[in-house]
Design a protein around this ligand. Structure first.
Ligand code: GLY
Ligand code: MN
Ligand code: MN
Length: 457
C-alpha cells in the first residue's frame, strides 16, 4: 500500500542551501553590537527509562541558524577581527561511540558541510567562553535549556576579578534572543516553504491512506500506525506532534492521544496528525465517518465546519489581522448553529466571549503559526495589537465543533451526541492570496465518502 502511494508524492525538495543559513546568521548579527556574544545550546537528551533515551530533536533555533541536527551542540556568534564568526561546538569524532551509536560529522564535517566559520569539540565550550566572555558586554543567552551553560553565564556576569575592577571587562547584561529569532522565523523563505510543502504532502497522503483503511472494528492505534508508518516510509523523520486519533466520543476530546479504542460504523473519527520533514512541521486534521457515509446529523456539522474553514482560509490575506480567520470561522459557526437550532441566542450574543453559547461547542483558537515548531514562534499581538498578515507567514486554519455527550457542563443536543469534527489545513500567506499547503488532503463530503474504505486506485 505504501509503495503504491509513493507514486503520488512529489520528489523531495533540495535541502536549504548553505548560503541561506549564512544569510539568516547575518540578519541576526546585523541587530547586534560588536561587543555582544550570542550563545545557543541544544537541549539535553531526555531519558526514557534506564539507559534508553527519547529520540533526540534539537532546538528549532539551532536548526534555523545552522541545520545541525545532532545532540550536544552549541552555536556561538562572536565579533572577531572585523567580522561576525559563527562557531559550532559539536560531538567530536569518536570511533568507539560511532561503532555503537552511529556516525558523527565531527568538527571536520561541521566545517566541510555547514555554514560555520569555526568548529570545536563540545568539550571546548567552557574554555572558549572563558576567553570570549571578557571581550563582551552583553550575552545573548536563553536560560533554562542547559543548566551548566546557565551557570557559566551567571558566573561571567557576577565575576568580580581584577580585570573587571581595573578595566570593566566582561558582560554586564544577559538578554534572551528568542524574540529576535522568532521575528526572523515568522516569515518563511522559498526553501522553507518547499520543505513545509513536502511535509504537508506526506501528511495529506497519510490521512488519505488512513481513510482508505477505515472500517467497522479497526482500532484507532491501527490507523495511527498507518499514518506514522507512512511518514517514515515517505522520508519524514516522524510526527511533528503526537498523533490524535479519536473515534466516537474520543473525537470530542481536543488533544486525545490514548488512541486505542475500536472504531464503529455510525461513528466519526477525528485524526489530527502531521509529519516532520527536515525539522519542518505539517499539521492536518480530518474527520470522517467510519462507515464511509456521513449520517444526516454528521453531515450537517461537517458541512458547517467546512464552510467556516473555507471562510477563514479566504481571510488569510496580506494586510488582514491574524485574528481575521478566527473571526470569520466563529461568525459562520455561530450563524450555522443558530440555523440548526443548537444555539438559541442572536449571532452577537452567541459570539460573546463570556456568555456566548458558541464557546460550549467551539472552545479553541482557529490558528497558530507553523514552521520549525508546530506551534511556531512569533508574537501574535505585539504591544497588544493583533499582528498584520504578511507574505511568507504560515498559519493553520482549524475550526471545529465538539458535541461531547459525556460532558457534565453542557446539555448536549441528542441528535449530535458525540460528534467531534475538526478540519485543519496549513496556509501560506502570499501577495496573490492564501495558498493551502495541505490541499492534497481530501476534504469535501463527496471526496471523503468516495475514499473511506476504498483501496488506493
Ligand atoms: N495538533 C495540534 C494543533 O492542531 O494545534
Ligand atoms: Mn494546529
Ligand atoms: Mn493539529
Amino acid at each position: 500500500m505504501f509503495a503504491d502511494a509513493m507514486d503520488r508524492l512529489p520528489p523531495q525538495p533540495a535541502p536549504t542551501p548553505l548560503a541561506e543559513y549564512k544569510q539568516r546568521q547575518d540578519r541576526l548579527t546585523s541587530q547586534f553590537k560588536k561587543d555582544d556574544l550570542f550563545i545557543l545550546a541544544a537541549p539535553q537528551e531526555a531519558v526514557h527509562s534506564n539507559d534508553v533515551h527519547y529520540r533526540f530533536r534539537t532546538s528549532s533555533d539551532i536548526l534555523y541558524l545552522t541545520g545541525w541536527f545532532d545532540p550536544e551542540a552549541s552555536v556561538v556568534l562572536r565579533y572577531d577581527e572585523g567580522t561576525w564568526k559563527t562557531c559550532l561546538f559539536v560531538q567530536p569524532k569518536d570511533t568507539l561511540k560511532e561503532i555503537w551509536e552511529g556516525r558523527r560529522p565531527g568538527v571536520e564535517g561541521a566545517l566541510a558541510h555547514y555554514a560555520v566559520d569555526e568548529a570545536y569539540p563540545s568539550s571546548d565550550l567552557e574554555e572558549c567562553l572563558d576567553v570570549w566572555f571578557p571581550e563582551c558586554k552583553r550575552v545573548y543567552h536563553r536560560g533554562g535549556i542547559n543548566a551548566h551553560l546557565d551557570s557559566m553565564v551567571d558566573s561571567a556576569i557576577l565575576r568580580r576579578d581584577r580585570a573587571r575592577q581595573h578595566f570593566g571587562t566582561g558582560p554586564f547584561v544577559v538578554q534572551d534572543p528568542a524574540s529576535l529569532l522568532a521575528e526572523l522565523r515568522l516569515r518563511k523563505s522559498a526553501s522553507e516553504i518547499e520543505q513545509m510543502k513536502y511535509a504537508s504532502e506526506v501528511a495529506s497522503l497519510a490521512h488519505e491512506l488512513a481513510m482508505r483503511h477505515s472500517k467497522d472494528g479497526v482500532n484507532e492505534g491501527q490507523l495511527q500506525a498507518i499514518i506514522e508508518g507512512f511518514f517514515s516510509y515517505a522520508g519524514a523523520s516522524g510526527w511533528a506532534y503526537p498523533s490524535i486519533v479519536g473515534c466516537g466520543e474520543n473525537a470530542t476530546i481536543l488533544h486525545y492521544t490514548v488512541n486505542n479504542d475500536e472504531c464503529r460504523d455510525g461513528e466519526v473519527i477525528l485524526i489530527d496528525a502531521g509529519a516532520e520533514y527536515r525539522g519542518y512541521a505539517s499539521d492536518i486534521t480530518r474527520s470522517w465517518p467510519i462507515s464511509g457515509t456521513f449520517t444526516e446529523a454528521q453531515n450537517e456539522i461537517y458541512s458547517l465546519v467546512l464552510k467556516s474553514q473555507e471562510a477563514a482560509i479566504a481571510a488569510c490575506k496580506v494586510g488582514n489581522a491574524y485574528t481575521a480567520p478566527h473571526d470569520e470561522a466563529r461568525r459562520v459557526l455561530a450563524e450555522g448553529l443558530i440555523e440548526l437550532g443548537i444555539i438559541s441566542q442572536t449571532v452577537d450574543e452567541a459570539l460573546d466571549p463570556t456568555d456566548g453559547e458558541l464557546r460550549n461547542w467551539y472552545m479553541h483558537n482557529t490558528s497558530h503559526w507553523i514552521g520549525l515548531d508546530v506551534h511556531d514562534v512569533g508574537v501574535y499581538k505585539p504591544g497588544g495589537t493583533p499582528r498584520t498578515l504578511e507574505s511568507g507567514m504560515c498559519l493553520t486554519v482549524e475550526p471545529g465543533l465538539y458535541f461531547g455527550a459525556w460532558r457534565p457542563d453542557v446539555d448536549c443536543p441528542k441528535r449530535y451526541a458525540n460528534i467531534g469534527i475538526r478540519i485543519e489545513d496549513d496556509v501560506l500567506v502570499t501577495e496573490t492570496g492564501p495558498v493551502v499547503l495541505t490541499n492534497a488532503c481530501p476534504k469535501t463530503v463527496d471526496d471523503i465518502q468516495s475514499i473511506v474504505g476504498q483501496p488506493l486506485s
